[in-house]
Design a protein around this ligand. Structure first.
Ligand code: HEM
Length: 467
């Protein structure tokens, strides 16, 4: 069939395109609503940038599985920090991306089978978190506390060390990562379209806040890499940074190598920015939603008592038996996944989507929220109901339409680590505490706060020890 033209969409205003109409909060809802007027694929312009919004399971699946749409638009933060170059894994494309992604993924996997498994690292952090919660008087803010665990888990992999939970540097990093992720705009925002604007924007603008917060993260990583180089031992690689330094040395005389010092800094930065806030938001959302549905919390605790008992922490081996806990975690990913929109993709060459013609260079925004909240498929998507993932015979019901990590070759690089982290931290917390909301900070709805990613609303909980 002959491709149709560029997808239909709202009128293109001169210069700015659709930008002035974008609401900053929960943009993914607005982008989905537009489907009722224009269909599942909407064509619009951010400034002069041709962009398509992709809504609904059929269209999103076709889009994220189409390798022609595996590119990424330029990331201006990378331009600012790496001399107008795209570095890292998240915003690079083509052969450069393939080589760096493959390397990072393989080495992460190998490290998980190394001296200490990922599972052991996560369980150690779960123990420390439980200890801190027990020692804290009054109500607690989980987002920050779990953020500390999330950094320690990732940094064990990247930099080989763990920080004391009270370490000032660590707490500072957690705070700036949280601020960074709330200040951003998953849809890009005006500065992405008109980079020059940042020079005249006030320091308080979200863009300048982001820059201010990225800098100390970069400094932290730079310093760690320098320390690794200073006591590097080729026979005894301790972590990802050491493994990457080994590769740098091996390829020192290769022309056109993609392995560079800048690239190491950028990968560490990408992992931090992709992994810390998403992980802690997922666990905090899981706790908040369980607190708001006490029968869910009760069922999880009963299941944990039966399957795991009270002398050891839950492990990944327990997972197939922890059906209700697994179903709850899956429901949290569906209901409040931390990425309602994937990272933007870009058409690498002219291609087709749902019969429409998509020219090379078009930016593609895949709306995962529209898949997870489709009433036609889920029936009652607005209800938080883990039971939807349990078969009548009591087994776990897997559903291909739950895709919080995306799908295809651009899907989340940290998926297996993130799944392990969220499952083990959430189940360990549920095993040890009964949580209740601190009424001093009422939660009026669970929509959460959107920035680059979706985080829970502010809330505090009292934690009553069960063990
Ligand atoms: C619950 C936690 C997490 C969620 C929900 C999540 C979700 C996602 C999503 C939706 C994408 C974009 C997929 C696309 O563009 O089509 C992504 C990309 C990515 N994520 Fe995650 N993520 C999580 C945790 C992590 C962790 C822990 C790491 C680090 C180890 C990580 C590293 C990455 C990287 C590097 C990319 C870019 C991949 C590429 O462009 O090739 N993420 N993630």
């Amino acid at each position: 069939r002959k491709p149709r033209g560029f997808p239909p969409g709202p009128v293109r205003l001169p210069l700015v395109g659709y930008l002035p109409n974008m609401k900053s909060e929960h943009i993914y809802k607005q982008l989905w609503q537009m489907s009722s007027t224009y269909g599942n694929i909407i064509g619009l312009y951010f400034g002069s940038q041709a962009t398509i919004i992709v809504n609904g399971w059929e269209a999103v699946k076709e889009s994220i599985l189409n390798d022609d749409l595996d590119g990424r638009p330029e990331n201006i933060f990378s331009n600012i920090f790496f001399n107008d170059k795209q570095r890292g894994v998240m915003f690079v494309e083509n052969d450069f991306w393939k080589e760096q992604r493959r390397f990072t993924l393989h080495k992460f996997r190998d490290l998980g089978f190394g001296k200490r498994s990922h599972e052991e690292v996560i369980q150690e952090e779960a123990n420390e978190l439980i200890k801190e919660i027990k020692e804290t008087k009054g109500s607690i803010s989980l987002q920050g506390m779990v953020g500390v665990s999330a950094i320690n888990i990732l940094w064990a992999l990247m930099g080989g060390t763990r920080f004391s939970r009270k370490d000032g540097r660590l707490l500072h990093l957690v705070n700036i990562l949280n601020e960074l992720f709330r200040s951003g705009n998953a849809a890009g925002g005006i500065e992405t379209v008109f980079p020059a604007l940042r020079h005249i924007m006030p320091d308080s603008s979200s863009f300048n806040t982001a820059i201010r917060n990225i800098k100390p993260i970069q400094e932290f990583i730079k310093k760690s890499v320098a320390e690794h180089k200073a006591d590097f031992d080729a026979d005894n690689p301790r972590d990802f940074i050491d493994i990457y330094i080994t590769e740098l040395k091996k390829r020192k005389f290769e022309e056109d190598t993609t392995f560079t010092d800048d690239q190491l800094l950028a990968i560490c930065g990408d992992v931090f920015s992709a992994g810390v806030e998403t992980g802690s938001s997922s666990v905090s959302f899981a706790i908040l939603l369980s607190v708001l549905s006490p029968h869910v919390m009760g069922k999880i605790q009963q299941e944990l008592d039966n399957v795991v008992g009270n002398v050891r922490l839950p492990s990944m081996n327990d997972r197939t038996k922890l059906v209700y806990t697994d179903a709850t975690q899956t429901e949290v990913f569906r209901y409040r996944g931390s990425a309602p929109l994937t990272v933007p993709h870009k058409a690498l060459r002219d291609t087709k989507l749902q019969g429409f013609r998509i020219p090379a260079g078009t930016v593609v925004m895949n709306n995962l929220y529209s898949v997870h909240m489709d009433p036609g498929y889920w029936g009652d998507p607005e209800t938080f109901r883990p039971e939807r993932f349990i078969n009548p015979d009591g087994s776990f019901r897997k559903d291909e339409r739950v895709i919080p990590f995306g799908k295809g070759r651009r899907s989340c690089l940290g998926e297996s680590l993130a799944r392990m982290t969220t499952f083990l931290l959430f189940s360990s917390l549920m095993q040890h505490f009964t949580f209740s909301l601190d009424p001093a900070i009422p939660v009026t709805n669970t929509d959460g706060k959107m920035g680059f990613t979706l985080a829970p609303p502010d809330f505090r909980v009292f934690a009553k020890a069960r063990l």
